[in-house]
Write a protein that binds this ligand. Sequence first.
Ligand code: HEM
Length: 319
Amino acid sequence: MALAIMVTLVLNLILLFSVVSTVNSLSFNYYEKTCPDVEFIVAKTVKAATAVDKTVPAALLRLHFHDCFVRGCDASVLLNSKGSNKAEKDGPPNVSLHAFFIIDNAKKAIEATCPGVVSCADILALAARDAVFLSGGPGWDVPKGRKDGRISKASETIQLPSPTFNISQLQKSFSQRGLSMEDLVALSGGHTLGFSHCSSFRNRIHNFNATHDVDPTLNPSFAAKLKSICPIKNQVKNAGTTLDASSTTFDNTYYKLIIQRKGIFSSDQVLLDTPNTKDLVSKFATSQDAFYKAFVKSMIKMSSINGGQEVRKDCRVVN
Ligand code: HEM
Protein backbone atom coordinates (compact mmCIF):
# COMPACT_ATOMS: atom_id res chain seq x y z
CA MET A 1 0.00 0.00 0.00
CA ALA A 2 2.75 2.41 1.07
CA LEU A 3 4.71 1.47 -2.05
CA ALA A 4 1.69 2.23 -4.29
CA ILE A 5 1.30 5.67 -2.71
CA MET A 6 5.02 6.34 -3.16
CA VAL A 7 4.85 5.33 -6.85
CA THR A 8 1.79 7.55 -7.47
CA LEU A 9 3.53 10.44 -5.73
CA VAL A 10 6.67 10.06 -7.84
CA LEU A 11 4.61 9.73 -11.04
CA ASN A 12 2.65 12.89 -10.15
CA LEU A 13 5.89 14.75 -9.48
CA ILE A 14 7.30 13.70 -12.87
CA LEU A 15 4.06 14.81 -14.56
CA LEU A 16 4.10 18.15 -12.74
CA PHE A 17 7.74 18.70 -13.67
CA SER A 18 7.09 18.00 -17.35
CA VAL A 19 4.04 20.32 -17.39
CA VAL A 20 5.99 23.12 -15.70
CA SER A 21 8.94 22.72 -18.01
CA THR A 22 6.71 22.89 -21.12
CA VAL A 23 4.96 25.96 -19.72
CA ASN A 24 8.21 27.80 -19.06
CA SER A 25 10.18 26.87 -22.12
CA LEU A 26 9.51 27.48 -25.77
CA SER A 27 9.78 24.78 -28.39
CA PHE A 28 9.92 24.55 -32.17
CA ASN A 29 7.17 21.93 -32.45
CA TYR A 30 4.80 23.47 -29.87
CA TYR A 31 1.77 23.48 -32.21
CA GLU A 32 2.69 20.34 -34.16
CA LYS A 33 -0.35 18.43 -32.91
CA THR A 34 -2.71 21.24 -31.88
CA CYS A 35 -2.38 23.65 -34.81
CA PRO A 36 -0.04 22.37 -37.51
CA ASP A 37 -1.02 25.09 -40.04
CA VAL A 38 -0.32 28.06 -37.79
CA GLU A 39 2.91 29.13 -39.50
CA PHE A 40 1.37 28.81 -42.94
CA ILE A 41 -1.63 30.96 -41.94
CA VAL A 42 0.52 33.72 -40.42
CA ALA A 43 2.88 33.79 -43.42
CA LYS A 44 -0.04 33.95 -45.86
CA THR A 45 -1.63 36.83 -43.93
CA VAL A 46 1.62 38.84 -43.73
CA LYS A 47 2.33 38.24 -47.42
CA ALA A 48 -1.13 39.40 -48.51
CA ALA A 49 -0.92 42.57 -46.38
CA THR A 50 2.61 43.37 -47.63
CA ALA A 51 1.49 43.04 -51.25
CA VAL A 52 -0.96 45.89 -50.61
CA ASP A 53 1.25 48.03 -48.33
CA LYS A 54 5.09 47.94 -48.38
CA THR A 55 5.32 49.55 -44.92
CA VAL A 56 3.82 46.49 -43.24
CA PRO A 57 7.05 44.47 -42.58
CA ALA A 58 8.75 47.37 -40.76
CA ALA A 59 5.66 47.92 -38.65
CA LEU A 60 5.46 44.24 -37.63
CA LEU A 61 9.13 44.03 -36.69
CA ARG A 62 8.88 47.13 -34.51
CA LEU A 63 5.64 45.89 -32.91
CA HIS A 64 7.39 42.70 -31.80
CA PHE A 65 10.38 44.61 -30.39
CA HIS A 66 8.10 46.98 -28.44
CA ASP A 67 6.11 44.00 -27.17
CA CYS A 68 9.18 42.14 -25.89
CA PHE A 69 10.75 45.15 -24.16
CA VAL A 70 7.73 45.81 -21.93
CA ARG A 71 6.62 42.85 -19.72
CA GLY A 72 8.30 40.36 -22.09
CA CYS A 73 6.89 39.00 -25.35
CA ASP A 74 3.33 38.66 -24.08
CA ALA A 75 1.35 40.65 -26.69
CA SER A 76 0.69 43.36 -24.05
CA VAL A 77 1.31 45.89 -26.83
CA LEU A 78 -1.76 44.60 -28.67
CA LEU A 79 -4.27 45.23 -25.85
CA ASN A 80 -6.69 48.14 -26.20
CA SER A 81 -7.10 50.82 -23.56
CA LYS A 82 -10.14 50.11 -21.43
CA GLY A 83 -12.01 52.37 -18.98
CA SER A 84 -9.47 54.31 -16.99
CA ASN A 85 -6.60 52.01 -18.04
CA LYS A 86 -4.50 53.53 -20.80
CA ALA A 87 -2.76 50.64 -22.57
CA GLU A 88 0.82 50.43 -23.93
CA LYS A 89 -0.30 51.11 -27.48
CA ASP A 90 -1.47 54.58 -26.37
CA GLY A 91 1.83 55.43 -24.65
CA PRO A 92 3.99 58.14 -26.34
CA PRO A 93 6.59 55.89 -28.08
CA ASN A 94 3.85 53.62 -29.41
CA VAL A 95 1.45 56.07 -31.06
CA SER A 96 3.30 55.57 -34.36
CA LEU A 97 2.96 51.76 -34.23
CA HIS A 98 0.69 50.38 -36.90
CA ALA A 99 -0.35 47.15 -38.68
CA PHE A 100 -2.29 45.82 -35.66
CA PHE A 101 -5.03 44.65 -38.04
CA ILE A 102 -2.66 42.07 -39.55
CA ILE A 103 -2.32 40.27 -36.23
CA ASP A 104 -6.14 40.45 -35.87
CA ASN A 105 -6.58 38.92 -39.34
CA ALA A 106 -4.12 36.10 -38.64
CA LYS A 107 -5.73 35.43 -35.25
CA LYS A 108 -9.21 35.21 -36.84
CA ALA A 109 -8.01 32.72 -39.46
CA ILE A 110 -6.20 30.66 -36.78
CA GLU A 111 -9.19 30.64 -34.41
CA ALA A 112 -11.33 29.32 -37.27
CA THR A 113 -8.94 26.36 -37.68
CA CYS A 114 -7.75 25.64 -34.13
CA PRO A 115 -9.69 27.68 -31.54
CA GLY A 116 -8.16 28.71 -28.21
CA VAL A 117 -4.71 27.28 -28.82
CA VAL A 118 -2.36 29.83 -30.39
CA SER A 119 -1.27 32.87 -28.38
CA CYS A 120 -1.23 36.38 -29.85
CA ALA A 121 2.37 36.68 -28.64
CA ASP A 122 3.37 33.71 -30.83
CA ILE A 123 1.49 35.15 -33.81
CA LEU A 124 3.41 38.41 -33.40
CA ALA A 125 6.78 36.62 -33.14
CA LEU A 126 6.00 34.61 -36.29
CA ALA A 127 4.79 37.71 -38.15
CA ALA A 128 8.03 39.56 -37.30
CA ARG A 129 10.09 36.66 -38.68
CA ASP A 130 7.95 36.58 -41.85
CA ALA A 131 8.31 40.35 -42.21
CA VAL A 132 12.12 40.08 -42.27
CA PHE A 133 12.10 37.14 -44.66
CA LEU A 134 9.62 38.78 -47.07
CA SER A 135 11.90 41.83 -47.17
CA GLY A 136 14.77 39.70 -48.47
CA GLY A 137 16.32 39.04 -45.06
CA PRO A 138 17.17 35.75 -43.35
CA GLY A 139 14.61 33.14 -42.31
CA TRP A 140 14.69 31.15 -39.07
CA ASP A 141 12.71 28.68 -37.03
CA VAL A 142 10.74 30.49 -34.28
CA PRO A 143 10.47 28.77 -30.89
CA LYS A 144 6.81 28.89 -29.80
CA GLY A 145 4.67 28.49 -26.70
CA ARG A 146 4.51 32.09 -25.45
CA LYS A 147 1.51 33.10 -23.38
CA ASP A 148 -0.46 36.36 -23.56
CA GLY A 149 -0.37 38.83 -20.70
CA ARG A 150 -3.34 40.41 -18.90
CA ILE A 151 -1.75 43.77 -18.07
CA SER A 152 -0.87 46.66 -20.37
CA LYS A 153 -0.03 50.14 -19.07
CA ALA A 154 0.90 53.18 -21.15
CA SER A 155 3.06 54.42 -18.24
CA GLU A 156 5.37 51.41 -18.67
CA THR A 157 6.36 52.44 -22.20
CA ILE A 158 8.87 54.72 -20.46
CA GLN A 159 10.92 51.50 -20.22
CA LEU A 160 11.50 51.51 -24.00
CA PRO A 161 14.89 52.85 -25.10
CA SER A 162 14.79 56.42 -26.40
CA PRO A 163 16.39 57.54 -29.70
CA THR A 164 18.37 60.11 -27.67
CA PHE A 165 20.06 57.42 -25.52
CA ASN A 166 23.85 57.25 -25.30
CA ILE A 167 25.72 53.97 -25.45
CA SER A 168 25.70 53.29 -21.70
CA GLN A 169 21.95 53.93 -21.48
CA LEU A 170 21.41 51.52 -24.39
CA GLN A 171 23.65 48.94 -22.75
CA LYS A 172 21.69 49.19 -19.50
CA SER A 173 18.32 48.90 -21.29
CA PHE A 174 19.44 45.78 -23.16
CA SER A 175 21.30 44.10 -20.29
CA GLN A 176 18.22 44.49 -18.04
CA ARG A 177 16.55 42.11 -20.50
CA GLY A 178 19.46 39.69 -20.67
CA LEU A 179 20.69 41.12 -23.99
CA SER A 180 24.35 41.85 -24.74
CA MET A 181 26.14 44.61 -26.65
CA GLU A 182 26.33 42.26 -29.64
CA ASP A 183 22.54 41.84 -29.43
CA LEU A 184 22.23 45.65 -29.31
CA VAL A 185 24.29 46.16 -32.47
CA ALA A 186 22.66 43.28 -34.36
CA LEU A 187 19.08 44.17 -33.40
CA SER A 188 19.60 47.86 -34.17
CA GLY A 189 20.00 46.55 -37.73
CA GLY A 190 16.18 46.37 -37.68
CA HIS A 191 16.52 50.01 -38.73
CA THR A 192 17.32 48.74 -42.21
CA LEU A 193 13.52 48.77 -42.59
CA GLY A 194 11.02 51.56 -42.16
CA PHE A 195 10.45 55.18 -41.47
CA SER A 196 10.94 57.82 -38.78
CA HIS A 197 8.91 60.93 -38.08
CA CYS A 198 10.80 64.22 -37.64
CA SER A 199 9.90 64.28 -33.95
CA SER A 200 12.17 61.27 -33.32
CA PHE A 201 15.38 63.03 -34.46
CA ARG A 202 14.59 66.76 -34.46
CA ASN A 203 16.74 67.30 -31.34
CA ARG A 204 19.80 66.50 -33.50
CA ILE A 205 19.13 69.12 -36.16
CA HIS A 206 17.74 72.12 -34.26
CA ASN A 207 19.18 73.64 -31.05
CA PHE A 208 21.22 70.51 -30.34
CA ASN A 209 23.11 72.04 -27.39
CA ALA A 210 24.56 75.31 -26.11
CA THR A 211 27.45 75.26 -28.60
CA HIS A 212 26.03 73.41 -31.61
CA ASP A 213 22.79 73.91 -33.50
CA VAL A 214 23.33 70.54 -35.21
CA ASP A 215 24.70 67.34 -33.64
CA PRO A 216 28.40 67.42 -34.66
CA THR A 217 28.45 63.62 -35.04
CA LEU A 218 26.04 63.96 -38.00
CA ASN A 219 27.45 64.12 -41.53
CA PRO A 220 26.97 67.84 -42.46
CA SER A 221 25.36 67.33 -45.87
CA PHE A 222 23.07 64.66 -44.42
CA ALA A 223 22.15 67.04 -41.57
CA ALA A 224 21.26 69.71 -44.17
CA LYS A 225 19.00 67.20 -45.95
CA LEU A 226 17.26 66.27 -42.69
CA LYS A 227 16.79 69.98 -41.90
CA SER A 228 15.09 70.57 -45.24
CA ILE A 229 12.71 67.65 -44.60
CA CYS A 230 12.08 68.77 -41.01
CA PRO A 231 12.30 72.58 -40.82
CA ILE A 232 11.96 74.18 -37.41
CA LYS A 233 8.40 75.24 -38.21
CA ASN A 234 7.26 72.04 -39.84
CA GLN A 235 3.87 72.32 -41.58
CA VAL A 236 3.80 68.88 -43.18
CA LYS A 237 1.79 66.28 -41.32
CA ASN A 238 3.72 63.02 -40.86
CA ALA A 239 6.96 64.53 -42.23
CA GLY A 240 10.01 62.33 -41.83
CA THR A 241 12.45 60.09 -43.62
CA THR A 242 13.16 56.45 -44.28
CA LEU A 243 15.64 54.85 -41.86
CA ASP A 244 17.95 53.82 -44.69
CA ALA A 245 18.07 54.26 -48.46
CA SER A 246 16.61 50.80 -49.15
CA SER A 247 13.91 50.89 -46.50
CA THR A 248 11.83 47.97 -47.77
CA THR A 249 14.83 45.66 -48.21
CA PHE A 250 16.39 43.91 -45.25
CA ASP A 251 20.10 44.41 -45.98
CA ASN A 252 23.24 45.76 -44.25
CA THR A 253 23.00 49.32 -45.68
CA TYR A 254 22.14 50.60 -42.18
CA TYR A 255 25.67 49.81 -40.93
CA LYS A 256 27.33 51.38 -43.99
CA LEU A 257 25.37 54.58 -43.31
CA ILE A 258 26.42 54.66 -39.65
CA ILE A 259 30.08 54.59 -40.72
CA GLN A 260 29.33 57.56 -43.01
CA ARG A 261 27.75 59.29 -39.95
CA LYS A 262 24.33 59.10 -41.55
CA GLY A 263 22.53 57.20 -38.79
CA ILE A 264 19.11 58.82 -38.17
CA PHE A 265 18.97 58.57 -34.36
CA SER A 266 21.63 59.33 -31.77
CA SER A 267 21.02 55.76 -30.59
CA ASP A 268 22.20 54.53 -34.02
CA GLN A 269 25.21 56.82 -34.26
CA VAL A 270 26.51 56.05 -30.75
CA LEU A 271 27.16 52.45 -31.79
CA LEU A 272 30.51 53.90 -32.94
CA ASP A 273 31.29 55.12 -29.40
CA THR A 274 32.89 51.99 -27.92
CA PRO A 275 35.61 49.87 -29.60
CA ASN A 276 33.52 46.70 -29.24
CA THR A 277 30.33 48.09 -30.80
CA LYS A 278 32.31 49.98 -33.45
CA ASP A 279 34.04 46.73 -34.52
CA LEU A 280 30.65 45.03 -34.81
CA VAL A 281 29.28 47.88 -36.95
CA SER A 282 32.30 47.49 -39.29
CA LYS A 283 31.89 43.72 -39.36
CA PHE A 284 28.19 43.92 -40.27
CA ALA A 285 28.85 46.69 -42.83
CA THR A 286 31.41 44.46 -44.54
CA SER A 287 29.57 41.16 -44.31
CA GLN A 288 25.81 40.91 -44.79
CA ASP A 289 26.11 37.24 -43.95
CA ALA A 290 27.68 38.01 -40.54
CA PHE A 291 24.85 40.51 -39.90
CA TYR A 292 22.16 37.98 -40.82
CA LYS A 293 23.67 35.30 -38.56
CA ALA A 294 23.95 37.69 -35.62
CA PHE A 295 20.47 39.14 -36.21
CA VAL A 296 18.81 35.71 -36.18
CA LYS A 297 20.61 34.72 -32.98
CA SER A 298 19.64 37.96 -31.25
CA MET A 299 16.03 37.89 -32.49
CA ILE A 300 15.55 34.41 -31.02
CA LYS A 301 17.02 35.70 -27.74
CA MET A 302 14.87 38.83 -27.68
CA SER A 303 11.71 37.02 -28.68
CA SER A 304 12.18 34.53 -25.84
CA ILE A 305 11.89 37.13 -23.06
CA ASN A 306 9.23 35.69 -20.73
CA GLY A 307 5.78 37.02 -19.97
CA GLY A 308 2.11 36.06 -20.17
CA GLN A 309 -0.37 33.63 -18.59
CA GLU A 310 -3.17 32.86 -21.05
CA VAL A 311 -4.10 32.32 -24.70
CA ARG A 312 -6.30 35.28 -25.59
CA LYS A 313 -9.39 34.76 -27.74
CA ASP A 314 -9.14 38.29 -29.13
CA CYS A 315 -5.69 39.90 -29.31
CA ARG A 316 -7.09 43.30 -28.27
CA VAL A 317 -8.80 42.20 -25.01
CA VAL A 318 -7.96 39.91 -22.10
CA ASN A 319 -10.11 36.76 -21.68
C1 HEM B 1 18.21 50.28 -29.76
C2 HEM B 1 17.20 50.99 -29.39
C3 HEM B 1 16.16 51.49 -30.34
C4 HEM B 1 15.66 52.75 -30.39
C5 HEM B 1 16.05 53.89 -29.49
C6 HEM B 1 14.70 52.79 -31.45
C7 HEM B 1 13.96 53.91 -31.80
C8 HEM B 1 13.14 54.01 -32.91
C9 HEM B 1 12.43 55.19 -33.32
C10 HEM B 1 12.45 56.53 -32.57
C11 HEM B 1 11.76 54.91 -34.47
C12 HEM B 1 10.92 55.87 -35.31
C13 HEM B 1 9.52 56.02 -34.80
C14 HEM B 1 8.78 57.08 -35.58
O1 HEM B 1 9.22 58.22 -35.58
O2 HEM B 1 7.74 56.76 -36.18
C15 HEM B 1 12.04 53.53 -34.79
C16 HEM B 1 11.57 52.88 -35.89
C17 HEM B 1 11.77 51.54 -36.14
N1 HEM B 1 12.45 50.65 -35.32
FE1 HEM B 1 13.57 51.12 -33.73
N2 HEM B 1 14.62 51.56 -32.03
C18 HEM B 1 15.49 50.72 -31.38
C19 HEM B 1 15.68 49.39 -31.63
C20 HEM B 1 14.97 48.66 -32.57
C21 HEM B 1 15.00 47.23 -32.67
C22 HEM B 1 15.73 46.30 -31.71
C23 HEM B 1 14.20 46.91 -33.73
C24 HEM B 1 13.87 45.54 -34.27
C25 HEM B 1 14.64 44.50 -34.19
C26 HEM B 1 13.69 48.15 -34.29
C27 HEM B 1 12.91 48.24 -35.40
C28 HEM B 1 12.39 49.42 -35.90
C29 HEM B 1 11.68 49.51 -37.17
C30 HEM B 1 11.46 48.37 -38.15
C31 HEM B 1 11.27 50.84 -37.30
C32 HEM B 1 10.46 51.43 -38.44
C33 HEM B 1 8.96 51.30 -38.10
C34 HEM B 1 8.03 51.70 -39.21
O3 HEM B 1 8.45 52.15 -40.27
O4 HEM B 1 6.82 51.55 -38.98
N3 HEM B 1 14.16 49.19 -33.53
N4 HEM B 1 12.87 53.00 -33.82
